[in-house]
Design a protein around this ligand. Structure first.
Ligand code: DQA
Length: 145
């Protein structure tokens, strides 16, 4: 099983950016945690972060043939990017949407996701553990379908 992990704008700043919402782990630390968990389950990961919507869409298109599903923390793009939504539909694999923070306990504009209705499920609010929970949830889903 191979899973692509997509990280949207500003997640490169994790560790220093608004730790009250996002915790203290850097994205590199989260990637390492996720790779350890994935290895235990014999899952291969393709991991990316970009601040550029177009680069994320291009990456999804490029990697779609080689993966079975996606973990998506689209960050701010979650709330408005119809372009990313179309790209995920075109990439045609099951995906889990995840967020470090509990977006429903924050500003109203974060309560809306243009991706969620197409996701297998959504995990929010568990800081870096959201990634691990999302990996397990997606892997279980892919194994059972
Ligand atoms: C986020 C939540 C988004 O609303 C925000 O724009 C982010 C991070 C999260 O992981 O909690 O950049 O996706």
């Amino acid at each position: 099983m191979r899973i692509g992990v997509v990280n949207g704008p500003k997640l490169n700043l994790l560790g220093e950016r608004e730790p009250e919402h996002y915790g203290h782990r850097t994205l590199a630390e989260i990637e390492a945690m996720l790779r350890t968990r994935a290895e235990r389950r014999s899952i291969e990961l393709e991991f990316m972060q970009s601040n550029d919507e177009g680069a994320i869409i291009a990456w999804l298109q490029e990697h779609a043939p080689g993966v079975d599903g996606w973990l998506v923390n689209a960050a701010i793009l979650t709330h408005s990017s119809e372009a990313l939504r179309d790209a995920l539909l075109a990439a045609a694999h099951p995906f889990v949407e995840l967020h470090l923070s509990n977006v429903f306990a924050r500003e109203p504009f974060r309560h809306r996701s243009v991706l969620a209705e197409h996701a297998v499920g959504v995990i929010v609010g568990f800081r870096e553990n959201s990634y691990l929970l999302a990996l397990d949830a997606l892997a279980d889903y892919l194994e059972r379908r």
